[in-house]
Design a protein around this ligand. Structure first.
Ligand code: ARG
Length: 465
C-alpha cells in the first residue's frame, strides 16, 4: 500500500469541529491500512450510485458522467500503484472521494448525495464477499475434481479404516478420498447458499433511515448484480450476518482441511508409511538430516485455528450491538479478509499437493490385513449361516482372543480351530477373511467396494454442475 506523504488534508466531516483530531486517535480509528483492498468494490458501488443519481435526476447527466469518468481514472491510478492512501482520511471511502473531488472539482462533492458510509461500506463488503465466494467455489471444484481423479486411481487400493484410530475394517483409499470430497461438497453448498443472502443491496439505506432523495434502488442493484434490495434500512446498515455466514462456512471448511491434513501427516509418518508426500511440498530439519517434514498440512491444520477464531470474533463483535450502524463494525474487515485469504491459500496448496501424493499400496494393504480387521466379516458370515448376530459376535470375539494369544490372524486358524468357536463355519469362510473379500462385500451405494467407489465417482462427475 502506497502511503501519502502530504500534509493533513481537511476532514470530509470537519464542519462542526473546532479542533484537530488527536494523532493517536487518528491512528486508532483509521481503517484504510486494512480496508484499502475494498477499492474495486468501493469504486464499482460509487459508479452505480452516481449513475443512479443521474438517471433519477438528482444529479445532472453531466455531473453523473463526470463522476463516473473520474472514478474510472482513479481505478486506473490505483491499478497502476500510483494512488496514495492517506490514513488521515480514515478509510477507503473517504480516500477515494477526496481524490475524486481533487480530480474533478465540485461534481465530486455531489457523489455522496443520498448515501452514507454506512450503506457504502455494507455494499462494498457484500461485493467483496460475493467475489470471494465465487473464487472459492472455483477452487473447491478444482480440488474436488482432483479428489475424484485420485479416488478413481485408488479405487482398488486397500487400507485400514479406523475408528478410535484403531484398525477397524478394511476400506479402499478411493472410498476414503470420496469422504473428503463429501465434506468439500457440503462446503461448496454452504457457500452457494450463503451467497443468496450476501447478494442483497444495502445501498439506499444511507446512514440508517433511508434518504429524502428520489432514488432508484432497483437500478443500483441491477448495475451491481445484486439479486434484491434490502427490506429495512436499519437492518441493512447494521447487518453483518452475511459476513458471519461466510466466516462460518470458511471455518467449517478449514476444519475439514485440517482433518485431512491430520491424516496426511499421520499417513506420511514412517510409522504408518501409507503415503509419501512430494519433496516439493515438504521441508527439512536444520539439525536432523534425515527429516522430511509435512509442514504444508501442518500449517493448514494450524491456520484453521485462526479462521475458527475469526468466526468467533465476528459473533462477539455483533452480539451486543444496538441498531443501527456502530463503529464496532469496522472491526469486521480483518476476520473476513483473513478468513478468505487463508482458505484461498490453503485450498491452493492442497490442490497441488493431494494429487501428487505417492501411495505405498503394499504397506496400506498389509496394514489393512492386520488388527483382525476382518472380524466383522467373520461374524457376518456366521449370521448368513444362521447364527443370531450377537452370538456370532461373541464367537468371533473368542476366536480373536485365541488367535491373538498365538500371534495369528483369523485367516491363519485351521477350519477345525474356527469350528471350535462356531460349528457352522465351513471351508468357504476363508475368502471372507481377506481384506479384498471384506471390501468387495460392501457393495451397496455409499459402501467401500471398488465398484461402488467407481460408481460414486461417476455420479459425482455427472452431478458436478
Ligand atoms: N470505515 C468504516 C467502517 O468500516 C466506514 C463507515 C463509517 N461510518 C461512520 N459513520 N463512521 O465501518
Amino acid at each position: 500500500m502506497k502511503k501519502a506523504r502530504n500534509k493533513k488534508p481537511q476532514k470530509l466531516w470537519g464542519g462542526r469541529f473546532a479542533g484537530a483530531t488527536d494523532s493517536g486517535v487518528e491512528t486508532f480509528t483509521e481503517s484504510v491500512s486494512l480496508d484499502w483492498r475494498l477499492w474495486p468494490y468501493d469504486i464499482a458501488g460509487s459508479i452505480a450510485h452516481a449513475r443512479m443519481l443521474g438517471k433519477t435526476g438528482v444529479l445532472t447527466a453531466a455531473e453523473s458522467g463526470k463522476i463516473v469518468a473520474g472514478l474510472e481514472s482513479i481505478r486506473r491510478e490505483i491499478e497502476a500503484g500510483r494512488f496514495e492512501w492517506d490514513p488521515a482520511l480514515e478509510d477507503v471511502h473517504m480516500n477515494i472521494e477526496a481524490r475524486l473531488t481533487r480530480r474533478i472539482g465540485t461534481a465530486g462533492k455531489r457523489l455522496h448525495t443520498g448515501r452514507s458510509r454506512n450503506d457504502q461500506v455494507a455494499t462494498d463488503l457484500r461485493l467483496f464477499v460475493r467475489e470471494a465466494i465465487d473464487g472459492l467455489i472455483v477452487q473447491l471444484e478444482a480440488l474436488g475434481d482432483g479428489l475424484l481423479d485420485l479416488a478413481e486411481r485408488e479405487a482398488d487400493t486397500i487400507m485400514p479404516g479406523f475408528t478410535h484410530l484403531q484398525i477397524a475394517q478394511p476400506v479402499t483409499l478411493g472410498h476414503h478420498l470420496l469422504a473428503w470430497r463429501e465434506m468439500l461438497w457440503r462446503d461448496r453448498a454452504r457457500l452457494l447458499d450463503a451467497r443468496k443472502r450476501v447478494n442483497v443491496l444495502p445501498l439506499g439505506s444511507a446512514a440508517l433511515a433511508g434518504t429524502s432523495f428520489p432514488i432508484d434502488r432497483a437500478y443500483s442493484a441491477k448495475l451491481l448484480g445484486f439479486e434484491a434490495v434490502s427490506e429495512n434500512s436499519l437492518d441493512a446498515v447494521s447487518d453483518r450476518d452475511f459476513a458471519i455466514e461466510f466466516c462460518g462456512a470458511c471455518a467449517l471448511l478449514m476444519v475439514h482441511l485440517s482433518r485431512w491434513s491430520e491424516e496426511l501427516i499421520l499417513w506420511s509418518s514412517p510409522l504408518f508409511g501409507f503415503i509419501e508426500l512430494p519433496d516439493r511440498y515438504c521441508t527439512g530439519s536444520s539439525i536432523m538430516p534425515q527429516k522430511k517434514n509435512p509442514d504444508v498440512p501442518e500449517l493448514v491444520r494450524g491456520k484453521s485455528g485462526r479462521v475458527i477464531g475469526h468466526l468467533n470474533a465476528l459473533l462477539v463483535l455483533m452480539k451486543a450491538q444496538p441498531l443501527a450502524y456502530n463503529r464496532d463494525n469496522q472491526e469486521d474487515k480483518r476476520p473476513v479478509f483473513d478468513s478468505y485469504d487463508t482458505v484461498r491459500d490453503s485450498l491452493h496448496v492442497l490442490t497441488g499437493l493431494i494429487p501428487a501424493i505417492q501411495v505405498n499400496r503394499a504397506v496400506c494393504r498389509a496394514a489393512a490385513a492386520g488388527g483382525f480387521s476382518t472380524a466383522t466379516d467373520l461374524a457376518d458370515y456366521l449370521v448368513r449361516k444362521g447364527l443370531p448376530f450377537r452370538d456370532a459376535h461373541r464367537a468371533v470375539g473368542r476366536a480373536v482372543a485365541y488367535a491373538a494369544g498365538r500371534n495369528l490372524d483369523l485367516k491363519d486358524l485351521s477350519l477345525a480351530e474356527l469350528k471350535r468357536f462356531a460349528a457352522a463355519t465351513e471351508r468357504d469362510v476363508y475368502k471372507f477373511l481377506t481384506p479384498e473379500g471384506s471390501v468387495a462385500a460392501r457393495r451397496h451405494p455409499g459402501g467401500t467396494a471398488p465398484d461402488q467407489v467407481r460408481a460414486a465417482v461417476r455420479r459425482a462427475r455427472r452431478t458436478r454442475s
